[in-house]
Design a protein around this ligand. Structure first.
Ligand SMILES: *[C@@H]1O[C@H](CO)[C@@H](O)[C@H](O)[C@H]1NC(C)=O
Ligand SMILES: *[C@@H]1O[C@H](CO)[C@@H](O)[C@H](O)[C@H]1NC(C)=O
Ligand SMILES: *[C@@H]1O[C@H](CO)[C@@H](O)[C@H](O)[C@H]1NC(C)=O
Ligand SMILES: *[C@@H]1O[C@H](CO)[C@@H](O)[C@H](O)[C@H]1NC(C)=O
Ligand SMILES: *[C@@H]1O[C@H](CO)[C@@H](O)[C@H](O)[C@H]1NC(C)=O
Ligand SMILES: *[C@@H]1O[C@H](CO)[C@@H](O)[C@H](O)[C@H]1NC(C)=O
Ligand SMILES: *[C@@H]1O[C@H](CO)[C@@H](O)[C@H](O)[C@H]1NC(C)=O
Ligand SMILES: *[C@@H]1O[C@H](CO)[C@@H](O)[C@H](O)[C@H]1NC(C)=O
Ligand SMILES: *[C@@H]1O[C@H](CO)[C@@H](O)[C@H](O)[C@H]1NC(C)=O
Ligand SMILES: *[C@@H]1O[C@H](CO)[C@@H](O)[C@H](O)[C@H]1NC(C)=O
Ligand SMILES: *[C@@H]1O[C@H](CO)[C@@H](O)[C@H](O)[C@H]1NC(C)=O
Ligand SMILES: *[C@@H]1O[C@H](CO)[C@@H](O)[C@H](O)[C@H]1NC(C)=O
Length: 466
């Protein structure tokens, strides 16, 4: 396919941004890199349990494969091992989106997706208190790069990929030049450490070799342990930080999508080092945890009812849900606008977040701009549940994975969710065993297949051929 290049002259941009649905030509990358300036705002906002939150994601490893690895075991021994932490979909990209926005919008692919600017992210939450944030994407060719990927220029092996970059998927971030300039590479990680200009929230993505995607758990765990041991020497990075090591998803799709995870960092009290936490968490828990730590509002999506890491929830009086995970898979997407499922899962309607007086798990209500944008519409789901759960039908709206050849088939046989209980409210929901109807596919999915070049003026909405 022809490389499609969009030049976005964003407001205040020092340079045009390349927005491409494929790997841009190297000459274009070099030209854009020449003027791209990374930015590193700083702040010092105290939180209940930590001052900084950093997460590092590896790729595609089943729980047991990771928990058996000697370096993963070693890392777990230095912090808190999370034995009940769940990814929320397959393949990669919906998981990365989920940690930024509290939903995966039925994404069932790794395509060039642009999520409209009226969908808010963690960045909007952090901005309410001026908490600095950034991303470090290894091998990103320059800060704010918006191409589909960037290969190793010697070997042409996979290196940086957009599907592993959570914030770049959101027009609300990528379409704002000042925000995009905070999406940086590892060169900037080390220079931000040297310059005492680390952000308080950061998402860190190793390249396709180091993150296990194109290698394996042994290789990636050696890399991760070395990386952590290097970072541990920098007090600004380490001392008051909570650091989450996790995986985007399991490598095998039909199984329960639980991923081995570890909390590290100087924010962990010494008596908890080497302990195990069996609380049910998901990628949405990262949002609920930062919200509770800094007193931030919720996005009103699946972050609203998500469990909060105990290191924070213990300081808030919030009691996490206990979830019977017997029939839980969280290994497929559900109905929504980013599904490419031609059978069942597509709906053109963007899910509407909660906008009422829900306190949400962190107890700080819902972001004002989310209420202003979406408040006239009824929420799509009961977002006070700890994960996608349809209380009307009492079913897990994430369905067991199945596919025929290369075709995804989901939504055909919703499995009943077993009883879940909350000891904060004492409420108990029942079980159901009936299957849901197959929703009909009503149109083309919002997946970019643009070709050709367009020049968009500042502030223009990026409208791809869908
Ligand atoms: C990078 O993009 C090129 C097309 O420009 C494609 O052939 C290649 O598969 C992509 N690599 C990855 C890892 O997405
Ligand atoms: C990282 O980004 C910086 C600043 O945008 C750029 O100058 C540098 O070449 C990039 N480094 C790598 C290894 O791509
Ligand atoms: C990934 O990053 C490492 C440095 O951490 C580098 O040596 C390696 O070449 C990169 N992998 C690819 C395929 O570019
Ligand atoms: C762009 O991002 C900055 C920093 O987060 C924010 O202050 C500004 O309001 C944003 N601009 C728009 C047009 O959203
Ligand atoms: C960390 O610092 C210690 C003490 O200075 C040093 O021995 C060790 O080599 C350093 N580790 C790394 C990975 O840089
Ligand atoms: C996990 O380990 C098993 C047994 O070694 C292996 O067959 C499988 O491919 C591994 N799966 C993943 C996703 O790492
Ligand atoms: C939270 O409190 C529980 C119950 O008191 C305790 O067992 C657990 O160790 C605490 N966890 C953390 C991370 O503080
Ligand atoms: C959000 O943006 C999408 C895409 O432009 C649009 O379809 C939807 O109606 C908008 N929703 C609201 C509540 O503004
Ligand atoms: C929403 O979910 C919560 C938690 O599962 C439950 O307590 C509440 O009753 C549900 N509300 C509705 C309207 O279904
Ligand atoms: C998958 O399902 C489609 C639609 O029913 C059918 O056309 C196709 O032959 C099936 N493929 C396989 C490998 O079963
Ligand atoms: C639906 O799932 C149940 C439980 O796994 C299974 O027994 C049943 O055969 C499935 N039905 C269909 C139509 O696939
Ligand atoms: C509430 O749930 C937590 C977390 O699972 C558990 O440690 C605690 O014992 C429970 N409390 C009661 C009163 O059941």
């Amino acid at each position: 396919m022809q490389s499609a290049v969009l030049l976005l002259a964003a407001a205040g941009a020092a340079s045009a941004q390349l927005i491409t649905t494929s790997e841009p030509p190297l000459s274009d990358i070099k030209a854009a890199a020449a003027t791209a300036v990374p930015s590193s705002p700083v702040s010092n906002v105290q939180g209940l349990a930590f001052k900084n939150f950093y997460q590092i994601w590896l790729e595609n490893i089943d729980y047991g494969n990771a928990s058996d690895d000697s370096n993963q075991k070693y890392l777990a021994s230095k912090g808190i091992e999370l034995t009940n932490f769940w990814a929320v979909a397959h393949p990669s990209e919906p998981n990365y989106a989920s940690t930024a926005a509290g939903d995966q919008f039925a994404m069932d692919n790794d395509d060039f997706i642009q999520i409209p600017a009226n969908v808010s992210t963690v960045v909007d939450l952090l901005d309410t208190k001026g908490i600095s944030w950034g991303e470090y994407q290894e091998s990103l060719p320059y800060a704010g790069f918006q191409g589909f990927n960037y290969s190793n220029q010697q070997t042409y092996a996979n290196d940086y990929v957009r599907k592993h970059n959570p914030l770049i998927l959101f027009d609300n971030v990528a379409g704002n030049a000042s925000r995009a300039s905070q999406i940086k590479n590892f060169t900037s990680l080390w220079s931000d450490i040297e310059n005492n200009s680390l952000p308080q929230w950061a998402f860190i993505t190793p390249n396709m070799t180091n993150d296990a995607h194109d290698t394996n758990i042994s290789f990636a765990s050696v890399w991760e342990r070395n990386f952590i041991e290097k970072l541990e020497n920098y007090t600004d990075f380490w001392n008051e930080s909570l650091i989450l090591l996790t995986f985007d998803e399991t490598g095998d799709y039909p199984i329960q999508n639980k991923v081995f995870s570890v909390l590290l960092g100087g924010a962990i009290p010494s008596n908890l080092v080497g302990t195990v936490d069996n609380t049910f968490y998901t990628h949405y828990s990262t949002l609920a945890t930062v919200q509770a730590n800094w007193g931030l509002p919720s996005l009103g999506r699946w972050d609203c009812g998500a469990n909060i890491f105990q290191i924070v929830s213990n300081k808030t009086g919030y009691t996490n849900y206990q979830v019977d995970t017997t029939n839980l898979y969280l290994n497929s997407s559900f109905i929504g606008p980013l599904s490419t499922n031609t059978y069942s899962n597509y709906s053109s309607v963007w899910p509407v977040p909660a906008t009422g007086n829900e306190s949400c798990s962190a107890g700080h209500g819902i972001l004002d701009s989310v209420k202003a944008t979406w408040g006239a519409l009824a929420p799509t789901y009961n977002y006070t549940s700890p994960f996608p759960f349809d209380t009307a039908s009492h079913k897990d709206v994430n369905v067991p994975f199945s596919r025929n050849g290369t075709t995804w088939i989901s939504g055909v046989n919703n499995t009943a969710l077993t009883t879940k209980t909350s000891n904060s409210t004492g409420s108990t929901t029942g079980t159901s065993t009936s299957s849901s109807a197959v929703p009909s596919h009503t149109g083309a999915a919002s997946v970019n297949s643009a070709s050709g070049a367009l020049a968009l003026a500042a502030g223009a909405v990026l409208a791809f051929a869908l």
